[in-house]
Design a protein around this ligand. Structure first.
Ligand SMILES: [Zn+2]
Length: 423
């Protein structure tokens, strides 16, 4: 019944796979989505209507500018770029005109800074659709997410006479580093939504599996900390310097020693530390990129508080100053059982799908939770599911790939979910 969308699912996924763009720079990608959605007949919202720039996390001006330049080279019109207002992502809206609920469904659009494998053992290389953007790759399956979102959009338009209520199809930028959802949520775009559903390909679900009974979304905060010291000649007058490198190195050791929490699981990683000017100069600047995670919002906040206290103490001890910037954020999610049932029923009705009933540990962070929680805060219901796919290697690796045939039953599940909510 849905075979009509099979070629579209594969072709668009492959086309997008060749043009990966990192978070907040997805201008070429957004232009493609907008044109395709408008072609189906949707009203498509862009720019500040869907992303509040004041709430954007981890948005780097240089990356944005490079994305706009790339879009120009790729032939994206100035008119469309103006409409985007420097912000990527878009939302397609369809009001059926019949009374009913408002449903938001969400697909993420960015890639990962991974260099794709070029030898023919990697199927995208063998079939000639590997990344054309060196150093970047759709290594988390967001290419398949977008293709799925467009296929659902196409199906909704083809079947709009049988549906009631309103649908908002969200194409969210900058999921990697959990940066994009906060800005989209703060635009208010989901505040009128009664239901929110998101999904991810693969993760812990194998080909044919569907999992909506998920727990263990880790709350996380991504932080950049910069220590500012004072340079001085290391031989002639070291006492005049304030060593930012030493401050950051000590802060790192202390952060890794933050006490565990009896209330639940915690994580911390200082993933990058760049400091200093040269061998004989007291280092005046150090930049740390770190993240904390916690099983609940409170425990995550405990980790943020401890990190902040350490920075304060180190600043006093080393005579330096520091700034802390929040670069990304995700929260936990308790899905609404009613909506989990809708998803599982859609799975059971779909040939080739096996529903995993038992609760499955999500075991990672996902910023769809911010949009989901925003809908729940306004009295709506939210859930998130995994549609399985066997993959040759882990997410974010150079040989990541999905089994494209898994997209067909997943599309059927998606359309059944939409049909049962917009009935
Ligand atoms: Zn992902």
């Amino acid at each position: 019944m849905l075979s009509a969308y099979h070629d579209q699912l594969i072709n668009i996924r492959r086309q997008l796979h060749q043009n990966p763009e990192e978070g907040w720079s997805e201008f070429t990608t957004t232009a493609f989505l907008v044109k395709t959605l408008r072609g189906y007949g949707y009203e498509v919202l862009l720019g500040r209507k869907v992303v509040n720039p004041d709430a954007c996390l981890g948005r780097d001006d240089a990356v944005v500018a490079a994305g706009i330049e790339r879009a120009r080279k790729n032939g994206v019109s100035e008119e469309l770029l103006n409409e985007m207002q420097g912000l990527t992502g878009c939302v397609a809206v369809l009001d059926t005109g019949r009374p009913g609920p408002t449903l938001a469904i969400r697909f993420d659009i960015d890639c990962v800074p991974v260099t794709e494998r070029t030898d023919p053992s990697h199927l995208p290389a063998k079939e000639g659709f590997i990344s054309k953007n060196p150093g970047f790759m759709h290594a988390c399956g967001h290419d398949a997410h977008m293709s799925m979102g467009l296929a659902v959009a196409h199906w909704v338009m083809d079947n709009k006479d049988k549906l009631s209520g309103k649908i908002k199809i969200l194409f969210q930028p900058a999921e990697e580093g959990v940066r994009g959802a906060a800005g989209m949520a703060a635009s208010g775009i989901v505040d009128d939504c009664d239901y929110f559903v998101g999904s991810h390909v693969a993760m812990s679900a194998k080909s044919g599996e569907l999992a909506a009974n998920l727990y263990g979304y880790l709350c996380t905060t991504k932080l950049d900390v910069t220590f500012h010291g004072k340079p001085a000649h290391a031989g002639a007058c070291p006492q005049d310097g304030r060593n930012a490198l030493a401050a950051a190195a000590n802060a790192t050791v202390q952060m890794l020693g933050i006490s565990r929490h009896s209330g639940g699981m915690t994580r911390i990683n200082v993933g990058q530390l760049i400091a200093g000017e040269g061998r004989n100069v007291i280092p005046s600047k150090a930049v740390m990129k770190l993240e904390v995670r916690g099983e609940t919002g409170d425990i995550n906040q405990y980790m943020v508080d401890q990190v902040t206290n350490i920075c304060k103490g180190i600043a006093v001890g080393f005579g330096v100053t520091y700034e802390m910037r929040k670069m990304g954020e995700a929260v936990d999610l308790t899905a609404d059982p009613e909506l989990v049932d809708v998803i599982n029923d859609a799975g059971r009705a779909t040939e080739g799908i096996k529903v995993i009933d038992k609760a499955l540990n999500f075991g990672g962070s996902e910023d769809a939770t911010i949009l989901a929680r925003r809908v729940q805060a306004h009295g709506g219901k939210a859930a998130f599911f995994l549609w399985g796919s066997d993959r040759p290697s882990g997410h974010h690796t150079s040989t990541f790939d999905i089994k494209e045939k898994d997209m067909d039953p997943a599309l059927e599940v998606w359309t059944r979910i939409v049909a049962s909510i917009m009935k």
